[in-house]
Design a binder for this molecule. Sequence first.
Ligand code: FAD
Ligand code: EPU
Length: 347
Amino acid sequence: MATSGWTLTENASLLALNTFHVQAQAAQLLEIQDSATLPDALALPSVAEGPLLVLGSGSNVLLAGDVQGTVLVFANQGIDILEHRADYTVVRAAAGVNWHKLVLWSLQHGLSGLENLALIPGTVGASPIQNIGAYGVQVGEFIQTVEAWDRDAGQWVRLDTEQCAFGYRDSVFKQQPERYLITAVELRLPLLHALRMDYAGIAEELQAQGIDTPSAVDVANAVIAIRRRKLPDPDVLGNAGSFFKNPILGVDQVEVLLQSFPELPVYPAEREDQRKVSAAWMIEHCGWKGFREGDAGVAPSHALVLVNHGNASGAELLALARRISASVLETFSVAIEPEPRLIGAQW
Ligand code: FAD
Ligand code: EPU
């Protein structure tokens, strides 16, 4: 079924809609081209009666089985300048826009801020969900407003930064996954911005490229180069990026850990009395890096990345994740938690 604003397909394959490339079916797939038609599409009896799951590019989900009900995908496009000021510009991007495309667009327009977030897979609409972050920057620093359909209230809402409640890989949208359908994001991007090059690897990469006074574009290119070295390309080897979040621990617990494991990388956390520790290091220390059983494995280039070598099922990948987390718990007494949303399973 199709109108000018949306299309509805029954029995749709989700293979191309998850970067783990696991096989799964959706009872129906609703693709929204024009977000203004969203309330009408949601009111269709076959959509309104069953469960609803939103997917962007599926780069942060693990499908543990087939999906009941409707999978909703935003295909709405468009990047617009809403406001030009002397020192910043407000940009509105539709949920269906590819995230990296927005980063490149912002750099081409002389705007900065998003350079450290280059090459993160996924859509603009998903970027606030876990407050995407990389190389010392999180998108929440630049988001001014999130436009969404509030399913609880049955109305359009505009959430400001405070209402979004951004944290490390966290937001109000992640806390209430059934509530908001994000249709657009508005970002306030500075024209001049102090570049962030303190995250390990960026300064070294720029130096190796012979760049002394880098621009935002240079920083983006350095980040892209590092990411290509470290993270497997999902088009070549199915994965969802970091499978586990870096655990946030109290300073006392970290001190105890460092006595036994002085090499464990430790980073500041949002709270002064807490620290973030490297899950990748702990997983590598437990011997999992490059592990493979059947088609489920751990990337040889990064211990935090679970990979599908071909035909692994979501259930097999989840079983491997559970074994990894159990061994980290046994060795370090630290519980690590998945970053991707598990669909059809509980952690
Ligand atoms: P999906 O995976 O489709 O969905 C993720 C979640 O958001 C789901 O809960 C879904 O229901 C919800 N959602 C999606 N769109 C909407 C919407 N419009 N409205 C409401 N809910 C929605 N993440 C980082 O933070 N930093 C990184 O450096 C990083 N690197 C990665 C590298 C690789 C190789 C891969 C595969 C992933 C990486 N990720 C990283 C994770 C991923 O790219 C991000 O989480 C991204 O924002 C997910 O976008 P998506 O469109 O694929 O969302
Ligand atoms: N490390 C290991 N073994 C490995 C990989 C890393 O010991 O196989 C150690 C190294 O000491 C390294 C440290 O871990 O210096 C940190 O590694 P990296 O810079 O790759 O960062 P990360 O903590 O593993 C986080 C994010 C990534 C993000 C990078 C860069 C989380 C869960 N992951 O990874 O985000 O790209 O920092 O900022 O916070 C994602 O969320 O999907 C993702 C890829």
